[in-house]
Ligand binder design. Structure first.
Ligand code: AMP
Ligand code: MG
Length: 423
């Protein structure tokens, strides 16, 4: 039986970062840039006004006050999106709107609020200032460059705004858009085929039958695939025969990773291992952990017809909690690696155990826990009975409390390492 670390290392040795793809920027959120993003031009491209107001010569406004306004001739108007023709001469002002490029000659902007435009238009809201007046009174001196956004103050031409390897977030997508980049070149998302096995399984939508249970693993695992950044390919349910399972697995021949659940223990109908041996090669089939000991891993040669592909295959245990926890530890890491993402490790905190967490047989225990913070300390309580078939114990958990292999029990009050599942 191999350790969790060794199992992870072996699985990761079978997967690689996928090839880059170029796709519309709006679909690249959460994917990893395959190339440096370089600015082809300054952002903003031109000096422009940060306020609605008047573009002026700062020197003209020296000494201005409410009592002694400086009166300037209004020589024109400029909205955002247009260039001013001509230049602002001394003694002149151009009425200008936020974002409009600075007219030549002007070196400061006086906001409307610091002119007499407001007082001359009582009761009229913003935007209905006394447009068209021939002069404007400046009530406060403006410093040179006041209220001007400099060309390139956000991004300068030639800057590497994001290096290759950046996992794109919303703001970074926005920055790429500001640079006019309609597409992003990012590592492709892995397609992860998800297949449930077991004669007892019913598809959702079917009426419940005696002796049968609904297939929940496909849904929890596919959701984890999506959370990790993969694209689930739902293959449905295979019955417990080598032929049925083999046929279904071939439907996943185009996938980057195959995930099955169940059929990996020692029961009479546990055929996943047999298929791995017959259709490919099996690397390991037990890991020293609880839940999740029967975890099979190998590579399958898949595809009907001439060309066969070798696809890594993780055979998760069937019990619903076991399949989620093993996917959490191994499947998620494999998806991150294919995406070119680092940091698949969950945040770890040391918490005070609020109850006993036992370890009966020298495996590493991942107990479903509710982590809470009080007075600057973390506390971990169990989510109730820890049977690996009790899926609600997982649904309530926001952390996994880890009991090391060589620790027979964590007692109340002991420190316990917790993997934080939720943000
Ligand atoms: P097995 O590994 O096939 O022995 O399955 C172990 C346990 O997990 C059994 O109780 C199965 O009924 C249950 N199980 C297997 N597959 C699923 C599934 N897709 N959804 C819910 N429970 C399952
Ligand atoms: Mg079974």
């Amino acid at each position: 039986m191999i350790s969790v670390e060794e199992a992870l290392e072996r699985i990761l040795s079978y997967v690689d970062r996928l090839a880059p793809e170029t796709k519309p920027l709006e679909n690249a959120l959460g994917q990893v840039l395959a190339e440096d993003a370089v600015a082809a031009f300054d952002v903003p491209p031109l000096d422009n006004t940060a306020m609605d107001g008047y573009a002026v010569h700062a020197a003209d406004t020296a000494g201005a006050s409410e009592a002694y306004p400086v009166r300037l001739r209004v020589s024109g108007e400029l909205a955002a999106g247009y260039l001013y023709e001509g230049a602002v001469a001394e003694g002149e002002a151009v009425r200008i709107m936020t974002g409009a490029p600075m007219p030549a000659g002007a070196d400061a902007v006086v906001p409307f609020e610091e002119t007499d435009e407001v007082s001359r238009a009582p009761g009229e809201g913003a935007g209905t200032f006394q447009k068209g007046a021939e002069t404007v009174g400046v009530l406060k001196a403006a410093a040179p460059r006041a209220n001007i956004r400099d060309a390139g103050e956000d991004v300068a031409q030639g800057d590497v705004v994001m290096p290759a390897g950046t996992t794109l977030n919303a703001a970074q997508i926005g920055v790429l858009a500001s640079l006019g980049q309609a597409d992003a070149t990012v590592y492709r998302r892995p397609v992860v085929a998800v297949l449930s096995t077991g004669d007892e399984l019913l598809e959702l939508g079917k009426p419940i039958e005696p002796g049968k249970i609904f297939d929940s693993n496909a849904y929890s695992v596919a959701s984890m695939v999506r959370e990790a950044g993969g694209v689930p390919l739902m293959l449905g349910i295979a019955s417990d025969t080598v032929d049925a399972l083999t046929a279904k697995l071939h439907e996943g021949a185009e996938a980057d990773l195959l995930i099955t659940s169940a059929g990996v223990s020692r029961g009479d109908y546990d055929v996943v291992k047999d298929v791995l041996v017959r259709e490919g090669k099996i690397d390991f089939w037990t890991v020293r952990m609880r839940p999740g000991k029967p975890l099979a891993f190998g590579a399958l040669k898949l595809g009907t017809g001439g060309e066969k592909r070798t696809v890594p295959h993780v055979g998760l245990p069937g019990n619903p909690v076991s399949s989620m926890i093993t996917f959490e530890l191994f499947g998620r890491a494999a998806i991150f690696k294919m995406l070119g993402k680092a940091g698949w490790q969950r945040r770890q905190v040391l918490a005070i155990a609020e109850e006993r967490i036992k370890n009966t047989d020298g495996r590493r225990v991942y107990a479903r826990a509710i982590l809470s913070e009080r007075d600057g300390r973390y506390y971990a309580a169990l989510t109730g009975p820890q049977g690996s078939g009790i899926l609600t114990s997982m649904a309530m958990a926001n952390a996994l409390a880890v009991v090391p292999e060589d620790v027979p029990a964590i007692e109340p009050g002991d420190a316990v390492t917790c993997l934080v599942l939720s943000p």
